[in-house]
Design a protein around this ligand. Structure first.
Ligand code: SAH
Ligand code: SF4
Length: 350
């Protein structure tokens, strides 16, 4: 049962106390649907059970330290894990949408050259509850304005496919009609391109969306900016992509961060047009968000040209506006500042 997997420590306490089985369901609902962060808020539970839980397990597995607000309405949440790590989550308001961008690891071992999270190295994987709770907190935060979370993107800190089990469990809870209740099609995962995991993800029954961070159509250039590219060639990556669209019949998104002078020339557009040869493939262009990594952003003018050139060559493509930059809350900028400067542990095996 999903609640047992999601809340193993709660289950243990209930068993020790000899509580009836339906209590776990009530607690699962209180955490994932009523979004309680203190057992005293779980009024469906008897007082003595609330007291016992309060003594043994915090209702909130993440401490919320600060909320930063950007001029464009984007909000960034800084969380502290029980073992002292900092992680970040972002809420992006757009016309009619409230998208929450969540983290799956403390840092990231993939070491992409342009990404602030990649500079950190990896500290540990987040547990399913820590992953889902980021959404619960954002949902609670925007509720007083009459807003609710409409979309979740797994594009914060970390490589979700390296924390597959817990990420998937968190997404299933977010999707669960008896839990948070967000439609699977409103949930998207982004990966730097671990091919065995792309195939596994394609075989999942839920209709979650997938994005692959491509960033250049050329293997040698990809290796220079994304060390993960040395594990599998572009043809191998595209085989996995093909498997995904054939199996799911869903759109597959390719993330492409435009880096000035690195991957924004006409030959890149031509390479993309050759590579992205399935009508279900969609190219998501994004301008580089500043990080102290030596890269710089393609100009707005060139980014629009790149988009038009891609469309002229028949690609389905969009240029995503960057949000929350003034609070370092945009894609690739999440690096929970107090983590910076600590020694990084580079690349580990998948
Ligand atoms: N690890 C996953 C998901 C998190 S990163 C992945 O790499 O796909 C989310 C997206 O932001 C990825 O496409 C990533 O390449 C991109 N990104 C990283 N740093 C960036 C930056 N500084 N500016 C713009 N996009 C960036
Ligand atoms: Fe990790 Fe994604 Fe950043 Fe690469 S871009 S270092 S995979 S978080």
């Amino acid at each position: 049962m999903r609640a047992t997997e999601f809340l193993p420590d709660v289950q243990r306490v209930l068993e020790e106390r000899g509580e009836p089985a339906y209590r776990l369901k009530q607690i699962y609902f209180a955490l994932t649907n009523s979004l309680v962060r203190d057992w005293d808020e779980a009024t469906s539970l008897p007082k003595n059970l609330r007291a016992a839980l309060s003594e043994q397990i915090p209702a909130a597995s993440l401490g919320l330290e600060t909320i930063s607000r950007a001029t464009d309405g984007t909000r960034k949440y800084l969380f502290r894990t029980h073992d002292g790590h900092a992680i970040e989550t972002v809420m992006i308001p757009e016309k009619g949408r409230r998208t929450v961008c969540i983290s799956t690891q403390v840092g990231c071992p993939m070491a992409c050259k342009f990404c602030a999270t990649g500079l950190l190295g990896i500290k540990r994987n987040l547990k399913a509850r820590e992953i889902a709770e980021q959404v619960f907190v954002a949902a609670r935060d925007i509720a007083p304005d009459g807003d609710h979370v409409t979309n979740v993107v797994v594009m914060g800190m970390g490589e979700p496919m390296l924390n597959y089990k817990d990420t998937l469990l968190a997404l299933k809870v977010l999707n669960d009609p008896d839990g948070f209740g967000l439609a699977a099609r409103h949930i998207a995962v982004s990966t730097s391109g671990l091919i065995d995991k792309i195939r596994r993800f394609a075989d999942e029954p839920e209709q979650f969306h997938l994005a692959i961070s491509l960033h250049t159509p050329f293997g040698d250039e990809r290796e220079e900016i994304m060390p993960v590219a040395s594990r599998s060639s572009i043809p191998e990556l595209m085989d996995a992509a093909r498997y995904y669209v054939k199996t799911t019949r869903r759109k597959l998104f390719f993330e492409y961060t435009l880096l000035a002078g690195v991957n924004d020339q006409p030959r890149h557009v031509e390479g993309l047009a050759e590579l992205l040869d399935d009508p279900l493939y969609h190219l998501n262009l994004l301008r580089f968000n500043w990080t102290d990594t030596g890269f710089s952003a393609t100009s707005k003018r060139r980014a629009r040209e790149f988009l038009n050139e891609a469309r002229d060559l028949g690609l389905s493509a969009t240029l995503r506006p960057s949000r929350g930059q003034d609070i370092d809350a945009a894609c690739g900028q999440l690096a929970a500042k107090d983590l910076r400067g600590r020694p990084a542990i580079p690349m580990i095996g998948a």
